[in-house]
Design a protein around this ligand. Structure first.
Ligand SMILES: NC(=O)c1ccc[n+]([C@@H]2O[C@H](COP(=O)([O-])OP(=O)(O)OC[C@H]3O[C@@H](n4cnc5c(N)ncnc54)[C@H](OP(=O)(O)O)[C@@H]3O)[C@@H](O)[C@H]2O)c1
Length: 450
Protein backbone atom coordinates (compact mmCIF):
# COMPACT_ATOMS: atom_id res chain seq x y z
CA UNK A 1 0.00 0.00 0.00
CA UNK A 2 1.39 3.43 -0.90
CA UNK A 3 1.21 6.14 1.62
CA UNK A 4 1.50 9.86 1.17
CA UNK A 5 3.88 11.69 3.46
CA UNK A 6 1.91 13.01 6.39
CA UNK A 7 2.79 15.77 8.87
CA UNK A 8 3.42 12.99 11.41
CA UNK A 9 6.61 12.08 9.56
CA UNK A 10 8.20 15.48 10.09
CA UNK A 11 8.41 16.41 13.76
CA UNK A 12 8.72 20.13 14.25
CA UNK A 13 11.35 21.97 16.22
CA UNK A 14 10.32 22.01 19.87
CA UNK A 15 10.34 25.79 20.02
CA UNK A 16 7.61 25.99 17.41
CA UNK A 17 5.28 23.61 19.14
CA UNK A 18 2.98 26.08 20.84
CA UNK A 19 3.50 29.04 18.52
CA UNK A 20 0.66 28.18 16.14
CA UNK A 21 3.08 27.65 13.22
CA UNK A 22 3.17 23.89 13.53
CA UNK A 23 0.40 21.69 12.26
CA UNK A 24 -1.10 19.73 15.15
CA UNK A 25 -1.24 15.98 15.34
CA UNK A 26 -4.95 15.38 14.79
CA UNK A 27 -6.55 12.53 16.71
CA UNK A 28 -9.97 10.91 16.78
CA UNK A 29 -11.10 9.35 20.07
CA UNK A 30 -13.50 6.38 20.16
CA UNK A 31 -14.88 5.80 23.66
CA UNK A 32 -15.51 8.58 26.16
CA UNK A 33 -15.79 6.65 29.40
CA UNK A 34 -13.30 6.55 32.27
CA UNK A 35 -10.20 6.53 30.05
CA UNK A 36 -11.58 8.59 27.15
CA UNK A 37 -12.54 11.44 29.50
CA UNK A 38 -9.18 11.08 31.28
CA UNK A 39 -7.36 11.56 27.96
CA UNK A 40 -9.40 14.69 27.21
CA UNK A 41 -8.65 16.04 30.68
CA UNK A 42 -4.92 15.39 30.30
CA UNK A 43 -4.73 16.88 26.81
CA UNK A 44 -6.46 19.99 28.15
CA UNK A 45 -4.69 20.28 31.51
CA UNK A 46 -1.16 19.56 30.21
CA UNK A 47 -1.64 21.00 26.70
CA UNK A 48 1.48 23.18 26.64
CA UNK A 49 3.74 20.56 28.15
CA UNK A 50 2.41 17.87 25.80
CA UNK A 51 2.85 20.14 22.77
CA UNK A 52 6.41 20.99 23.77
CA UNK A 53 7.35 17.37 24.30
CA UNK A 54 5.56 16.19 21.16
CA UNK A 55 7.04 19.11 19.20
CA UNK A 56 3.54 19.94 18.02
CA UNK A 57 0.13 20.37 19.62
CA UNK A 58 -2.18 17.36 19.83
CA UNK A 59 -5.66 18.32 18.67
CA UNK A 60 -8.86 16.32 19.06
CA UNK A 61 -10.44 16.35 15.58
CA UNK A 62 -13.43 14.10 16.31
CA UNK A 63 -14.93 11.90 19.02
CA UNK A 64 -17.32 8.97 19.14
CA UNK A 65 -19.12 6.93 21.78
CA UNK A 66 -22.36 4.98 22.04
CA UNK A 67 -24.66 7.68 23.39
CA UNK A 68 -24.20 11.22 22.14
CA UNK A 69 -26.48 12.67 24.81
CA UNK A 70 -24.88 11.03 27.83
CA UNK A 71 -23.77 13.40 30.60
CA UNK A 72 -19.97 13.04 30.83
CA UNK A 73 -17.24 14.17 33.21
CA UNK A 74 -15.88 16.32 30.41
CA UNK A 75 -17.93 18.54 28.08
CA UNK A 76 -17.42 17.03 24.62
CA UNK A 77 -19.90 19.38 22.90
CA UNK A 78 -17.13 21.31 21.15
CA UNK A 79 -15.66 18.27 19.37
CA UNK A 80 -17.04 17.04 16.05
CA UNK A 81 -19.12 13.92 16.82
CA UNK A 82 -19.24 10.64 14.85
CA UNK A 83 -22.11 8.29 15.58
CA UNK A 84 -20.16 5.43 14.04
CA UNK A 85 -16.63 5.04 15.48
CA UNK A 86 -15.47 3.60 12.14
CA UNK A 87 -15.96 7.07 10.64
CA UNK A 88 -13.05 8.27 12.76
CA UNK A 89 -10.65 6.32 10.50
CA UNK A 90 -10.65 9.12 7.95
CA UNK A 91 -7.19 9.99 6.56
CA UNK A 92 -8.51 13.41 5.56
CA UNK A 93 -9.43 14.28 9.14
CA UNK A 94 -7.05 12.51 11.56
CA UNK A 95 -3.53 11.10 11.83
CA UNK A 96 -4.24 8.83 14.77
CA UNK A 97 -7.30 6.95 16.03
CA UNK A 98 -7.40 6.34 19.79
CA UNK A 99 -9.59 3.36 20.69
CA UNK A 100 -10.95 3.45 24.27
CA UNK A 101 -14.09 1.34 23.82
CA UNK A 102 -12.82 -2.07 24.96
CA UNK A 103 -13.55 -5.69 24.04
CA UNK A 104 -11.47 -8.15 22.03
CA UNK A 105 -13.77 -8.04 19.03
CA UNK A 106 -16.76 -5.92 17.95
CA UNK A 107 -16.28 -2.22 17.25
CA UNK A 108 -12.77 -2.09 18.71
CA UNK A 109 -11.42 -4.72 16.32
CA UNK A 110 -13.30 -3.30 13.34
CA UNK A 111 -11.92 0.14 14.11
CA UNK A 112 -8.34 -1.16 14.52
CA UNK A 113 -8.49 -2.95 11.17
CA UNK A 114 -10.04 -0.01 9.33
CA UNK A 115 -7.59 2.49 10.84
CA UNK A 116 -4.43 0.50 10.15
CA UNK A 117 -5.58 -0.59 6.67
CA UNK A 118 -5.85 3.10 5.81
CA UNK A 119 -2.28 3.76 6.96
CA UNK A 120 -3.36 5.72 10.04
CA UNK A 121 -1.76 5.20 13.45
CA UNK A 122 -3.74 3.39 16.14
CA UNK A 123 -3.41 3.84 19.91
CA UNK A 124 -5.39 1.70 22.33
CA UNK A 125 -5.72 0.85 26.02
CA UNK A 126 -7.44 -2.41 25.09
CA UNK A 127 -5.52 -5.44 26.39
CA UNK A 128 -8.12 -7.95 25.20
CA UNK A 129 -7.82 -6.64 21.63
CA UNK A 130 -4.01 -6.79 21.63
CA UNK A 131 -3.81 -10.17 23.42
CA UNK A 132 -6.18 -11.76 20.91
CA UNK A 133 -5.40 -9.91 17.68
CA UNK A 134 -2.05 -8.21 18.31
CA UNK A 135 -0.05 -10.23 15.77
CA UNK A 136 -2.55 -9.61 12.96
CA UNK A 137 -2.79 -5.90 13.78
CA UNK A 138 1.00 -5.52 13.99
CA UNK A 139 1.33 -6.92 10.44
CA UNK A 140 -1.39 -4.59 9.23
CA UNK A 141 0.36 -1.64 10.87
CA UNK A 142 3.69 -2.48 9.27
CA UNK A 143 2.17 -2.93 5.82
CA UNK A 144 0.54 0.49 6.08
CA UNK A 145 3.63 2.16 7.56
CA UNK A 146 1.58 3.13 10.62
CA UNK A 147 2.27 2.89 14.33
CA UNK A 148 0.28 0.58 16.62
CA UNK A 149 0.77 1.54 20.28
CA UNK A 150 -0.75 0.10 23.48
CA UNK A 151 1.25 1.29 26.51
CA UNK A 152 -2.01 1.75 28.47
CA UNK A 153 -3.11 -1.83 27.83
CA UNK A 154 -0.67 -3.27 30.40
CA UNK A 155 -0.50 -1.96 33.95
CA UNK A 156 -2.06 1.45 33.27
CA UNK A 157 0.38 4.21 34.11
CA UNK A 158 3.45 1.94 34.45
CA UNK A 159 5.61 2.29 31.31
CA UNK A 160 6.36 -1.41 31.02
CA UNK A 161 5.80 -1.70 27.25
CA UNK A 162 8.39 0.99 26.59
CA UNK A 163 10.70 -0.51 29.20
CA UNK A 164 10.69 -3.88 27.45
CA UNK A 165 10.81 -2.51 23.90
CA UNK A 166 13.42 0.15 24.47
CA UNK A 167 15.04 0.37 27.91
CA UNK A 168 15.78 -3.36 28.13
CA UNK A 169 16.04 -3.96 24.38
CA UNK A 170 19.67 -5.09 24.65
CA UNK A 171 18.84 -7.91 27.06
CA UNK A 172 17.81 -11.48 26.62
CA UNK A 173 14.86 -11.70 29.00
CA UNK A 174 14.79 -14.87 31.09
CA UNK A 175 11.62 -14.25 33.03
CA UNK A 176 9.11 -11.69 34.07
CA UNK A 177 6.34 -11.77 36.62
CA UNK A 178 3.99 -9.22 37.97
CA UNK A 179 0.92 -8.14 39.82
CA UNK A 180 -1.10 -7.04 36.83
CA UNK A 181 -4.60 -6.70 38.24
CA UNK A 182 -5.27 -4.06 40.88
CA UNK A 183 -8.70 -5.40 41.78
CA UNK A 184 -7.38 -8.86 42.66
CA UNK A 185 -4.48 -7.34 44.58
CA UNK A 186 -6.82 -5.06 46.49
CA UNK A 187 -8.96 -8.06 47.48
CA UNK A 188 -6.01 -10.22 48.56
CA UNK A 189 -4.32 -7.47 50.57
CA UNK A 190 -7.61 -6.42 52.16
CA UNK A 191 -8.16 -10.03 53.26
CA UNK A 192 -4.62 -9.97 54.67
CA UNK A 193 -5.11 -6.69 56.57
CA UNK A 194 -8.58 -7.25 57.98
CA UNK A 195 -9.14 -11.02 57.96
CA UNK A 196 -12.13 -10.39 55.67
CA UNK A 197 -13.64 -13.21 53.65
CA UNK A 198 -13.22 -13.13 49.88
CA UNK A 199 -16.83 -12.08 49.19
CA UNK A 200 -16.61 -9.15 51.63
CA UNK A 201 -13.29 -7.91 50.23
CA UNK A 202 -14.75 -8.16 46.69
CA UNK A 203 -17.83 -6.17 47.79
CA UNK A 204 -15.53 -3.49 49.21
CA UNK A 205 -13.54 -3.38 45.95
CA UNK A 206 -16.80 -2.89 44.05
CA UNK A 207 -17.96 -0.19 46.43
CA UNK A 208 -14.64 1.68 46.01
CA UNK A 209 -14.98 1.46 42.21
CA UNK A 210 -12.01 -0.93 41.71
CA UNK A 211 -14.14 -3.85 40.56
CA UNK A 212 -16.81 -3.94 37.87
CA UNK A 213 -20.36 -5.15 38.61
CA UNK A 214 -19.21 -8.28 36.74
CA UNK A 215 -15.73 -8.76 38.21
CA UNK A 216 -15.03 -12.09 36.51
CA UNK A 217 -12.22 -10.88 34.21
CA UNK A 218 -10.37 -9.49 37.22
CA UNK A 219 -10.86 -12.27 39.74
CA UNK A 220 -10.73 -15.20 37.31
CA UNK A 221 -7.34 -14.10 35.99
CA UNK A 222 -8.44 -13.27 32.42
CA UNK A 223 -7.38 -9.62 32.63
CA UNK A 224 -3.97 -10.61 34.01
CA UNK A 225 -3.69 -13.24 31.27
CA UNK A 226 -4.29 -10.64 28.53
CA UNK A 227 -1.48 -8.55 29.98
CA UNK A 228 0.85 -11.52 30.48
CA UNK A 229 0.37 -12.59 26.85
CA UNK A 230 1.30 -9.08 25.70
CA UNK A 231 4.35 -8.86 27.99
CA UNK A 232 5.51 -12.32 26.89
CA UNK A 233 5.31 -11.21 23.27
CA UNK A 234 7.37 -8.09 23.98
CA UNK A 235 9.93 -9.97 26.07
CA UNK A 236 10.32 -13.22 24.16
CA UNK A 237 9.49 -12.33 20.54
CA UNK A 238 6.41 -14.57 20.34
CA UNK A 239 3.02 -13.53 18.94
CA UNK A 240 0.62 -12.92 21.87
CA UNK A 241 -1.23 -16.20 22.32
CA UNK A 242 -3.97 -16.59 24.91
CA UNK A 243 -4.18 -20.34 24.20
CA UNK A 244 -0.60 -20.77 25.44
CA UNK A 245 -1.46 -19.60 28.98
CA UNK A 246 -2.74 -21.57 31.95
CA UNK A 247 -5.11 -19.33 33.84
CA UNK A 248 -6.47 -19.53 37.38
CA UNK A 249 -7.90 -16.66 39.38
CA UNK A 250 -8.38 -15.88 43.07
CA UNK A 251 -11.99 -16.94 43.70
CA UNK A 252 -10.91 -20.10 45.52
CA UNK A 253 -8.53 -18.31 47.93
CA UNK A 254 -10.10 -18.14 51.40
CA UNK A 255 -9.33 -16.17 54.53
CA UNK A 256 -8.01 -19.48 55.90
CA UNK A 257 -5.36 -19.64 53.15
CA UNK A 258 -4.35 -16.02 53.70
CA UNK A 259 -3.88 -16.70 57.43
CA UNK A 260 -1.91 -19.94 56.98
CA UNK A 261 0.26 -18.46 54.23
CA UNK A 262 1.14 -15.67 56.65
CA UNK A 263 1.94 -18.12 59.39
CA UNK A 264 4.29 -19.92 56.98
CA UNK A 265 6.04 -16.65 56.03
CA UNK A 266 4.29 -15.97 52.72
CA UNK A 267 1.79 -13.60 51.13
CA UNK A 268 -0.70 -14.68 48.46
CA UNK A 269 -0.56 -12.69 45.22
CA UNK A 270 -2.15 -13.15 41.79
CA UNK A 271 0.82 -13.20 39.43
CA UNK A 272 1.20 -13.21 35.66
CA UNK A 273 4.35 -15.18 34.89
CA UNK A 274 6.30 -15.75 31.67
CA UNK A 275 9.50 -17.72 31.92
CA UNK A 276 11.86 -19.09 29.30
CA UNK A 277 12.99 -22.67 29.86
CA UNK A 278 15.53 -23.45 27.15
CA UNK A 279 13.67 -23.15 23.86
CA UNK A 280 10.28 -23.39 25.59
CA UNK A 281 8.11 -20.77 27.22
CA UNK A 282 6.01 -21.14 30.36
CA UNK A 283 3.15 -18.63 30.58
CA UNK A 284 0.64 -18.69 33.40
CA UNK A 285 -1.55 -16.68 35.71
CA UNK A 286 -2.45 -17.91 39.16
CA UNK A 287 -2.64 -17.03 42.81
CA UNK A 288 0.57 -18.13 44.48
CA UNK A 289 2.57 -17.87 47.68
CA UNK A 290 5.38 -15.33 47.60
CA UNK A 291 7.93 -15.04 50.41
CA UNK A 292 7.01 -12.12 52.65
CA UNK A 293 10.41 -10.44 52.17
CA UNK A 294 10.02 -10.21 48.38
CA UNK A 295 9.22 -6.84 46.81
CA UNK A 296 6.06 -8.20 45.15
CA UNK A 297 4.76 -9.36 48.56
CA UNK A 298 4.91 -5.73 49.68
CA UNK A 299 2.76 -4.41 46.82
CA UNK A 300 -0.54 -3.52 48.44
CA UNK A 301 -3.99 -2.34 47.45
CA UNK A 302 -4.83 -1.62 43.82
CA UNK A 303 -1.18 -1.13 42.81
CA UNK A 304 0.52 -3.08 40.01
CA UNK A 305 4.18 -4.10 39.83
CA UNK A 306 6.28 -5.98 37.31
CA UNK A 307 9.71 -7.52 37.71
CA UNK A 308 11.78 -8.34 34.62
CA UNK A 309 15.05 -10.28 34.61
CA UNK A 310 17.39 -9.32 31.78
CA UNK A 311 20.63 -11.25 31.23
CA UNK A 312 22.76 -8.09 31.47
CA UNK A 313 20.49 -5.65 33.36
CA UNK A 314 19.57 -8.16 36.08
CA UNK A 315 16.25 -7.67 37.89
CA UNK A 316 14.29 -4.48 37.22
CA UNK A 317 11.04 -3.77 39.03
CA UNK A 318 8.49 -1.07 38.35
CA UNK A 319 5.51 -0.39 40.58
CA UNK A 320 2.67 2.06 40.13
CA UNK A 321 -0.99 2.58 39.45
CA UNK A 322 -2.34 0.02 37.02
CA UNK A 323 -5.73 1.58 36.33
CA UNK A 324 -7.89 4.65 36.69
CA UNK A 325 -8.50 7.64 34.46
CA UNK A 326 -5.26 9.51 35.26
CA UNK A 327 -2.64 6.74 35.04
CA UNK A 328 -4.25 5.20 31.95
CA UNK A 329 -4.55 8.56 30.18
CA UNK A 330 -0.89 9.21 31.01
CA UNK A 331 0.08 6.07 29.06
CA UNK A 332 -2.26 6.82 26.14
CA UNK A 333 -0.89 10.35 25.73
CA UNK A 334 2.70 9.09 26.04
CA UNK A 335 1.97 6.93 22.99
CA UNK A 336 0.58 9.96 21.15
CA UNK A 337 3.70 11.97 21.98
CA UNK A 338 5.88 9.14 20.63
CA UNK A 339 3.91 9.13 17.40
CA UNK A 340 4.05 12.91 17.10
CA UNK A 341 7.83 12.74 17.57
CA UNK A 342 8.05 10.25 14.72
CA UNK A 343 9.50 7.50 16.94
CA UNK A 344 8.82 4.26 15.06
CA UNK A 345 9.72 1.15 17.01
CA UNK A 346 8.24 -2.22 16.03
CA UNK A 347 4.91 -3.01 17.62
CA UNK A 348 6.25 -5.95 19.69
CA UNK A 349 10.02 -5.32 19.96
CA UNK A 350 10.57 -7.28 16.71
CA UNK A 351 9.11 -6.74 13.24
CA UNK A 352 5.73 -8.52 13.10
CA UNK A 353 6.99 -11.07 10.54
CA UNK A 354 9.81 -12.09 12.88
CA UNK A 355 7.57 -13.07 15.82
CA UNK A 356 7.81 -16.85 16.39
CA UNK A 357 5.71 -19.01 18.72
CA UNK A 358 7.74 -20.89 21.34
CA UNK A 359 6.74 -24.37 22.46
CA UNK A 360 4.78 -24.26 25.73
CA UNK A 361 6.04 -26.06 28.84
CA UNK A 362 3.39 -28.73 29.62
CA UNK A 363 1.75 -28.04 33.00
CA UNK A 364 2.61 -31.51 34.31
CA UNK A 365 6.33 -30.83 33.76
CA UNK A 366 6.45 -27.58 35.71
CA UNK A 367 8.52 -27.98 38.83
CA UNK A 368 8.21 -26.15 42.10
CA UNK A 369 7.01 -26.29 45.67
CA UNK A 370 3.34 -26.37 46.56
CA UNK A 371 0.89 -25.40 49.30
CA UNK A 372 -2.12 -27.65 49.87
CA UNK A 373 -5.14 -27.04 52.09
CA UNK A 374 -7.45 -29.90 53.02
CA UNK A 375 -10.46 -30.06 55.31
CA UNK A 376 -10.75 -33.50 56.77
CA UNK A 377 -12.91 -35.40 59.28
CA UNK A 378 -11.30 -35.28 62.71
CA UNK A 379 -10.79 -39.00 63.35
CA UNK A 380 -8.02 -41.50 63.89
CA UNK A 381 -6.33 -42.82 60.74
CA UNK A 382 -6.96 -39.86 58.47
CA UNK A 383 -3.41 -38.62 58.74
CA UNK A 384 -2.15 -42.07 57.75
CA UNK A 385 -4.35 -41.98 54.62
CA UNK A 386 -3.01 -38.54 53.69
CA UNK A 387 0.57 -39.68 54.26
CA UNK A 388 -0.06 -42.74 52.06
CA UNK A 389 -1.40 -40.49 49.28
CA UNK A 390 1.77 -38.43 49.40
CA UNK A 391 4.02 -41.48 49.56
CA UNK A 392 2.26 -43.21 46.66
CA UNK A 393 2.35 -40.03 44.61
CA UNK A 394 6.07 -39.61 45.31
CA UNK A 395 5.77 -36.18 46.96
CA UNK A 396 7.61 -35.30 50.16
CA UNK A 397 6.28 -32.84 52.71
CA UNK A 398 8.24 -29.89 53.97
CA UNK A 399 5.79 -28.62 56.62
CA UNK A 400 2.48 -29.82 57.96
CA UNK A 401 0.01 -27.91 60.13
CA UNK A 402 -3.11 -29.53 61.57
CA UNK A 403 -5.58 -27.31 63.33
CA UNK A 404 -9.13 -27.76 64.51
CA UNK A 405 -11.96 -25.32 64.62
CA UNK A 406 -12.71 -25.21 60.88
CA UNK A 407 -16.19 -26.69 61.31
CA UNK A 408 -17.47 -29.04 64.04
CA UNK A 409 -15.71 -32.44 63.79
CA UNK A 410 -13.33 -31.35 61.05
CA UNK A 411 -9.80 -29.97 60.94
CA UNK A 412 -7.67 -28.13 58.43
CA UNK A 413 -4.55 -29.83 57.20
CA UNK A 414 -2.10 -27.44 55.59
CA UNK A 415 1.03 -28.80 54.00
CA UNK A 416 3.87 -27.47 51.92
CA UNK A 417 5.95 -29.75 49.74
CA UNK A 418 9.57 -30.01 48.70
CA UNK A 419 10.23 -29.45 45.02
CA UNK A 420 8.25 -31.74 42.77
CA UNK A 421 6.39 -31.64 39.46
CA UNK A 422 2.88 -30.36 38.94
CA UNK A 423 2.06 -33.76 37.40
CA UNK A 424 3.03 -35.49 40.67
CA UNK A 425 0.88 -33.02 42.61
CA UNK A 426 -2.13 -33.71 40.37
CA UNK A 427 -1.63 -37.38 41.11
CA UNK A 428 -1.50 -36.74 44.86
CA UNK A 429 -4.60 -34.52 44.74
CA UNK A 430 -6.49 -37.29 42.93
CA UNK A 431 -5.52 -39.65 45.77
CA UNK A 432 -6.66 -37.13 48.39
CA UNK A 433 -10.03 -36.73 46.64
CA UNK A 434 -10.56 -40.49 46.86
CA UNK A 435 -10.20 -40.46 50.68
CA UNK A 436 -13.71 -40.34 52.15
CA UNK A 437 -12.53 -38.27 55.13
CA UNK A 438 -11.46 -35.42 52.82
CA UNK A 439 -14.47 -33.12 52.94
CA UNK A 440 -13.94 -30.33 50.40
CA UNK A 441 -12.13 -29.98 47.10
CA UNK A 442 -8.43 -29.74 48.08
CA UNK A 443 -6.82 -26.40 47.26
CA UNK A 444 -3.35 -26.35 45.75
CA UNK A 445 -1.33 -23.16 45.27
CA UNK A 446 2.19 -22.87 43.92
CA UNK A 447 4.98 -21.41 46.05
CA UNK A 448 6.58 -19.12 43.52
CA UNK A 449 10.32 -18.43 43.71
CA UNK A 450 10.79 -14.92 42.34
N1 LIG B 1 -10.73 2.05 33.32
C1 LIG B 1 -9.42 1.79 33.51
O1 LIG B 1 -8.86 2.07 34.57
C2 LIG B 1 -8.62 1.15 32.42
C3 LIG B 1 -7.25 0.90 32.64
C4 LIG B 1 -6.49 0.36 31.61
C5 LIG B 1 -7.09 0.04 30.42
N2 LIG B 1 -8.43 0.25 30.25
C6 LIG B 1 -9.02 -0.10 28.96
O2 LIG B 1 -9.49 1.09 28.35
C7 LIG B 1 -10.64 0.80 27.55
C8 LIG B 1 -11.79 1.70 27.99
O3 LIG B 1 -12.07 1.46 29.35
P1 LIG B 1 -13.01 2.43 30.20
O4 LIG B 1 -12.84 2.02 31.61
O5 LIG B 1 -12.80 3.83 29.83
O6 LIG B 1 -14.45 1.94 29.70
P2 LIG B 1 -15.85 2.68 29.91
O7 LIG B 1 -15.78 3.68 31.00
O8 LIG B 1 -16.87 1.61 29.99
O9 LIG B 1 -16.04 3.47 28.53
C9 LIG B 1 -16.26 2.81 27.33
C10 LIG B 1 -16.65 3.83 26.29
O10 LIG B 1 -16.85 3.14 25.05
C11 LIG B 1 -18.09 3.56 24.49
N3 LIG B 1 -18.68 2.46 23.74
C12 LIG B 1 -19.08 1.25 24.21
N4 LIG B 1 -19.57 0.51 23.21
C13 LIG B 1 -19.48 1.25 22.11
C14 LIG B 1 -19.85 1.04 20.76
N5 LIG B 1 -20.40 -0.10 20.36
N6 LIG B 1 -19.60 2.04 19.87
C15 LIG B 1 -19.05 3.21 20.26
N7 LIG B 1 -18.69 3.46 21.53
C16 LIG B 1 -18.91 2.49 22.44
C17 LIG B 1 -18.97 3.97 25.65
O11 LIG B 1 -19.92 4.88 25.16
P3 LIG B 1 -21.03 5.57 26.13
O12 LIG B 1 -20.24 6.36 27.12
O13 LIG B 1 -21.81 6.44 25.22
O14 LIG B 1 -21.79 4.44 26.73
C18 LIG B 1 -17.94 4.59 26.60
O15 LIG B 1 -17.77 5.95 26.32
C19 LIG B 1 -10.89 -0.69 27.73
O16 LIG B 1 -10.24 -1.41 26.71
C20 LIG B 1 -10.22 -1.00 29.06
O17 LIG B 1 -9.82 -2.36 29.18
C21 LIG B 1 -9.20 0.80 31.22
Amino acid sequence: MTRTASPIDAPAAAGDATSGKVKPLRIGIAGLGTVGCGVLELLDGNADLVAARAARPIAVAAVSARDRHRQRRVDVGAFPWRDNPLDLADPGAVHVVVELIGGADGPALALARATLARGLCFVTANKALIAHHGAELALLAERGGAALRFEAAVAGGIPIVKTLKEGLAANRIDRLHGILNGTANFILTRMEETGARFADALAEAQQKGYAEADPSFDIDGIDSAHKTAILASLAFGTPPDMTALSIEGVRHVTDVDIAYARELGYRIRLLGIARREGARLDQRVHACLVEEGEALAKVRGAANAIEVHGNFAGPTMIEGLGAGAGPTASAVVADLIEIARGNRTSTFSLPAGALRPLEAVPAAERRGRFYVRLRVVDRIGVMADIAAGLRDGGVSVERLIQRGGAEPDSVHLILTTHETSEGAMDNVLARFRAIDAVLDEPLMLRIEPI
